[in-house]
Design a protein around this ligand. Structure first.
Ligand code: FA5
Length: 372
């Protein structure tokens, strides 16, 4: 830096000459305008507004001028520096805005793209629907119980009043289990969940209010409405003063909980060796509510335009079953029901073909969500 000088005319000090200041200002403004990134602008700031920039150096020269010349030179250099500062600020704002807009585009996430993450997996809808069915009864005070899938013939048939030569044994086509020596083992793959009725009565104190969800087996062909391995939900109540009215009430509660309130149910006379009287349970079609009956122009696929859907079998427990389980039939009576889980899933979730439930295609199961 030069020493104070009272003689020099400031226009004669080269860095402070108006043309020189204008050139420095012009160069700085041009460099600022040309900076196309924040990094470039940083370099421009150092070069044209930093401590060693031409305008900063010129500013230092002002101190060496005679006092009378300082104001004029100060105005000139200060004005140029202010202008450069303003331009830097403005360009900085512009470049930041450009960067933010670019980042928004470059780093945008398309939330509709399939993710690369492995799905967590979920349980099969047959399992979750069976649990939901059981939950409705748990809400009424029932307990959930289980029985074995490989069952003694006695529980599966004899205790349930299927006599050895009773034609009813052929109603359910049975997988018999061979003994290791190749003969009869006295075991079957249970054809229904009703043997759990007898097990529950033998194992528990009265009164009994239980539901038993579980896997069942029959030599049925796999088709749209049958599978050889399927699931049922058994229900059993044995208590004093039990009537079919209670059975109807419990079935109504189940239908309303599973399919929606206000749906009618009806009992159709039927036959099971272990209940007397016996009935098939139908519920009003929850899709057409009977409107499709006799209206060929508006057919209903859910109930085949019959207005009713069959949901299972039920009845008053045959006193022979209670006696086989050691229950005092003078004091106690009861009722039972058996509901098909796959059929309930078909109706409740609109599955048209039961084969989809057993083929293990994850596209079928994942459509039901990842319920755990
Ligand atoms: C029985 O199995 C009786 N144990 C039900 C019962 C329990 C009656 C207690 C009285 C008292 P059924 O054979 O109708 O009944 O079968 C009951 C339900 O199981 C049927 O309504 C149907 O929903 C389902 N089901 C039967 N066979 C199959 C099959 N092959 N595939 C899928 N579901 C089936």
């Amino acid at each position: 830096m030069s020493a104070p000088n009272n003689q020099y005319d400031p226009v004669e000090v080269t860095p402070l000459h108006p043309d020189e200041v204008a050139r420095m200002r012009h160069e700085a403004l041009a460099a600022i305008a040309a900076a196309s990134t924040l990094e470039e602008l940083k370099q421009v700031r150092l070069a044209h507004a930093g401590d060693r920039s031409p305008l900063a150096l010129a500013n230092r020269e002002i101190g060496a001028l005679p006092p009378s010349a300082r104001a004029d030179a100060g105005k000139r250099v200060g004005g140029a520096r202010r202008e450069v500062g303003e331009a830097l600020k403005q360009r900085q704002a512009e470049l930041e805005e450009e960067r933010d807009a670019r980042v928004l585009v470059e780093e945008a996430v398309d939330v509709t793209l399939p993710t690369g993450r492995l799905p967590q997996g979920g349980r099969h809808p047959v399992t979750t629907v069976a649990e939901r069915m059981a939950d409705i009864f748990v809400g009424m005070g029932f307990e959930v119980v289980e029985g074995p899938e490989v069952e003694a013939e006695w529980y599966n048939f004899d205790a349930l009043n299927f006599l050895p030569d009773h034609p009813a044994r052929t109603m359910q086509d049975t997988f018999f289990v061979e003994s290791p020596s190749g003969g009869e083992s006295g075991l079957v793959l249970r054809t229904h969940t009703s043997p759990v009725q007898v097990r529950a009565l033998l194992e528990r104190d009265l009164p009994v209010y239980v539901v038993a969800p579980g896997k069942t087996f029959r030599t049925d062909e796999l088709d749209a409405t049958h599978t050889p391995v399927f699931h049922q939900l058994e229900g059993l109540v044995v208590d004093e003063g039990i009537t079919m009215g209670h059975l109807k009430g419990a079935i109504d509660e189940f239908v309303h909980g599973m399919f929606g309130s206000g749906l009618a149910t009806r009992f159709r006379p039927s036959y099971f060796p272990f209940t007397e009287p016996s009935a098939e349970v139908d519920m009003e079609c929850f899709v057409c509510r009977g409107a499709s009956v006799g209206d060929p122009a508006n057919p209903c696929r859910t109930c085949s335009s019959e207005g009713w859907i069959e949901v299972g079998g039920c009845g008053v427990v045959n006193p022979r079953v209670l006696t086989a389980a050691g229950v005092d039939t003078d004091r106690y009576s009861g009722w039972a029901f058996g509901l098909g889980v796959e059929r309930t899933l078909m109706f409740a979730r609109g599955v048209e073909d039961m084969r989809d439930m057993v083929e293990g295609d994850v596209r079928f199961t994942s459509a039901f969500g990842m319920e755990i």
